[in-house]
Design a protein around this ligand. Structure first.
Ligand code: ADP
Ligand code: ZN
Ligand code: ZN
Length: 813
């Protein structure tokens, strides 16, 4: 008998493709002769799907002829795989753990920008925005063109994305483009490096020039490059070799030279020479170093108070990893990845650093990505999606500010970058380090259980004291002054004193806008968004009422829309108003503000921050943006206008988030040689989140909060998922929610179901929402329950978008 050898052909006839569609299964296509040798798992391929063409990821190539008739794949989009074996494996894990279709997971894992994208991207223009605001409700509901514009109001989108949601998108977009309401941008064209200006390019030889005829400029250029090995800025070369710029482009097209986007020089202005570690830092570093050398998977929780020098420990650990010939990945929260922060790493690691930052232009991003993939860069710094960087030989993954909410992606696939990073480290046999002054309950609990190793930095650098925190009871303030004011007398006095002394102040109010709602005194009506069940916020500079959930905007009404009374009034204070009142109270102060209204791009964020750091302003007013990680030595006063904004949220994490925010913002004070003061205004001075934050007592808070979580069976004592049913039709939502309710009655073993009930925001972006909260004793019953729900939904052919499954949700709104 001959042995059966598994059949593996050098030129497979079929491939399985994961497509970015809600159907959670691969699709098989036959491969035309021309593609057979070239297709590999992890490459993207263009295939027909219904009447459309979609690009998906190749999962497998094989010769197993399917039973049904199948179609031909159209075009291979990558010459080499975009996702290697380990990333394909990570994608499978994400798909299963977070209940997200594999095709959508892979799409999210592929680099987000122009690195590998094709086709057009549409953006709403200013006149488009204005047009949108002048529409009546009827038009908003009826018109598919308006729907397109509303989708674009939130961000730029590609045609395939738009076409998936709106029929006839191509024709409608062409029309909108003609009317000047949208802008189309061709990404392929933009990303072609040959078109970039010479000063943005570097040139270097690839292969010795084949014999043949060359123009004079081409010969001179080649001679120059031979005499001066390495890569050069093209503009500099063109200054030496006449017509060298043109010649370089010609030779690059022939593949003799390479032209690459110049990576912009990153300022080292705030960088410093390596510090000698203090004993706490040294001890933490040594444990990391030993684990890296042992080449085993291990997770550390680095709990260091604000200003304890965590970054320095990271940098030393990264050096240890590089010394082992391995690579390191550092993830930071969205807003923390500033040029100043990148500069520190450049200063230390030079050309080995790659920064994966969405604020870079497409071609620059492509260049960083290429350097990661080619192995030129061994230190990768990125935000959430940086966890998918195509880096090989990983020895260390660091997640800075691990508690930060920006690691959670709030759209499909709803993964948490921190948790994915740990899984990735495990698969690579690497170490994971989670760093924070205020670790999430989950992480700290894992450390208590011995799943993670706890490392502590209990002191500030140079034993500087933590700032003195004082609570100001605003109820008492009201009784004493009989006035409802934004600033207590004490706070404004302290601010004034700082301005006089040339010291700096940061003021936090975690609510943007001028007034947080607008109401009618006659009938009590509060003006709500037309799309969402939330009140609109008054933005004075724009003279608009704005929805913070869907960006809907309308003019400020003169009379009440309900009863036509003229007694409209503006209530609740936002950051815009804080700035305004400060100008009146302390006219000589130089004030700047940082929130989503004053910041439209990342560069602007950095501009304000460095101007403040350099002393161009006395006071920085802002939302939680100002609380993150900044190290500004001259700040001696931090004021919190209201500590209560987040406490009322119907969310089991409300206390944790409040504690973290207050502790982090307090930690901005007194980081230099002058000691810091923190004043927190509140009407809940006895709330434990506020009390422990004022004492900067993480452990006290942790113990207390853990008790509550245990009693209520919330994470870390349960595995949690939030299942949201949503649709524009209220009837559909009720029907589906009720069906799920009965499907889960009685609930499966070890599972508890809360709801179905109206979601805390019962209507959002024009959709009605119901939710079921699934609490399970462990992962397995949770996963089984969610799979049951998904199978049921698929059987009944519910549109996939009407069911949102959020595993380990951060927000229950
Ligand atoms: P954290 O992230 O823990 O709040 P940082 O990493 O921002 O703290 O460090 C706070 C400041 O202390 C930074 O300015 C940093 O350069 C400085 N620093 C860190 N380690 C040392 C050290 N061993 N000696 C002196 N200064 C240090
Ligand atoms: Zn009214
Ligand atoms: Zn809205």
């Amino acid at each position: 008998m001959t042995e059966q050898i598994p059949h593996s052909s050098a030129s497979p006839e079929y491939c399985d493709v994961a497509l970015p569609v809600p159907l959670d299964r691969p699709f098989t296509y036959s491969l035309p002769e021309t593609l057979r040798h070239r297709v590999k798992p992890g490459c993207r391929i263009l295939v027909p799907f219904g009447s459309r063409k979609l690009s998906g990821f190749v999962l497998r190539c094989h010769d197993d002829a399917p039973d049904a008739e199948i179609r031909d794949a159209l075009r291979l989009l990558d010459s080499a795989p975009i996702l290697d074996e380990s990333l394909l494996g990570l994608g499978r894990w994400i798909s299963s753990y977070y209940c997200a279709p594999l095709g959508e997971v892979f799409r999210a894992m592929a680099p987000a920008g122009g690195e590998v994208r094709h086709g057009k991207v549409y953006t709403l223009t200013d006149s488009g925005r204005d047009a949108l605001r002048q529409l009546t409700l009827a038009q908003v509901v009826e018109d598919p063109a308006v729907e397109l514009m509303q989708m674009l109001e939130l961000r730029s989108l590609s045609l395939p994305h738009l076409a998936r949601h709106v029929p006839n998108a191509t024709r409608l977009l062409r029309n909108l483009e003609k009317r000047g309401f949208v802008n189309a941008e061709d990404i392929d064209a933009q990303r072609d490096p040959l078109r970039a200006p010479a000063s943005h390019l570097r040139v270097e030889p690839v292969t010795p020039p084949p014999p043949g005829k060359y123009k004079k400029a081409e010969r001179e250029l080649l001679a120059y490059l031979e005499l001066h090995p390495g890569s050069h800025n093209l503009k500099d070369v063109a200054g030496v070799v006449k017509n060298g710029g043109e010649a370089a482009r010609v030779l690059a097209r022939r593949g003799i030279l390479a032209l690459r986007t110049e990576v912009s020089p990153i300022s080292s202005a705030f960088a410093h020479a390596p510090h000698v570690l203090n004993p706490w830092q040294q001890a933490a570093y040594e444990q990391m170093r030993d684990a890296v050398r042992a080449r085993e998977f291990r997770t550390f929780l680095l709990q260091g108070v604000t200003g304890s020098g965590k970054t320095e420990v990271y940098m030393n650990a990264i050096e240890a990893v590089l010394a082992e010939g391995r690579t390191a990945l550092l993830l930071v929260p969205e807003i923390a990845l500033t040029p100043a922060m990148a500069g520190q790493f450049f200063h230390r690691f030079g050309g080995r650093v790659a920064i994966l930052h969405s604020a870079f232009g497409d071609s620059e991003r492509a260049e960083h990505w290429r350097r990661v993939r080619s192995g030129e860069a061994g230190v990768i710094v990125g935000t959430r999606s940086g966890v998918f960087a195509p880096v090989a030989n990983l020895g260390l993954v660091i997640i800075d500010e691990e508690h930060d909410g920006s690691y959670k992606q709030e759209e499909t696939p709803r993964y948490n970058g921190r948790d994915v990073a740990i899984v990735r480290a495990q698969a690579a046999g690497a170490c994971a380090v989670l760093g924070s002054a205020t670790p999430s309950l989950e992480s700290r609990y894992n450390a208590d259980r011995g799943k993670y190793t706890l490392l502590r930095l209990p002191e500030r650098i140079e034993q500087r004291p933590l700032p003195a925190v004082e609570l100001i009871d605003m109820r008492v303030e009201f009784l004493e002054t009989r006035r409802q004011s934004t600033f207590s007398r004490r706070l404004i006095e302290e601010v004034r004193a700082r301005v006089e002394n040339g010291e700096q102040t940061m003021l936090l109010l975690n609510r943007r806008g001028f007034s947080t709602f607008v109401a009618c005194r006659a009938c009590g009506e509060r003006i709500q968004c037309v799309n969402c069940a939330v009140t609109l916020t008054y933005h004075r500079r724009d003279q608009r009422l704005l929805c913070h959930y869907c960006n809907y905007a309308e003019r400020v009404p003169r009379v009440c829309p309900k009863c036509a009374s003229e007694h409209i009034y503006f209530l609740g204070t936002g950051s815009e108003r804080v700035e305004d009142e400060l100008h009146r109270l302390i006219p000589e102060a130089r004030i700047t503000r940082m929130d989503r209204d004053t910041i439209t791009g990342k560069r602007q964020y950095e501009t304000i921050l460095s101007a403040f750091r350099e002393g161009s302003y006395d006071i920085l007013v802002g939302t939680q943006m100002i609380a993150k990680g900044h190290d500004i030595p001259n700040v001696t006063l931090v004021g919190v206008i209201s500590a209560d904004t987040g406490l009322g949220m119907p969310d089991f994490r409300a206390a944790e988030r409040t504690f973290q925010l207050l502790t982090q913002v307090a930690g901005r004070a007194g980081r230099g040689n002058l000691p810091g003061t923190v004043l927190i205004q509140t009407i809940n001075p006895d709330h434990y989140a506020i009390r422990f934050a004022a004492a900067q007592d993480y452990n006290g808070f942790y113990e207390r909060e853990l008790e509550y979580r245990k009693m209520m069976r919330y994470p870390p004592f349960a595995a949690l998922a939030n299942v949201i049913v949503r649709s524009e039709s209220r009837g559909d939502v009720l029907r589906v929610a009720a069906a799920l309710g009965s499907l889960l009655t009685p609930p499966p073993e070890h599972v508890k179901v809360l709801g179905p009930a109206e979601a805390p925001v019962p209507r959002l972006k024009a959709e009605y929402r119901y939710q079921l909260l699934i609490k399970a004793a462990s992962r397995k019953p949770l996963k089984q329950t969610l799979d049951t729900i998904r199978a049921y939904a698929a059987d009944l052919k519910w549109p996939a978008t009407s069911l949102v499954i959020d595993v380990d949700p951060l927000s229950l709104l």
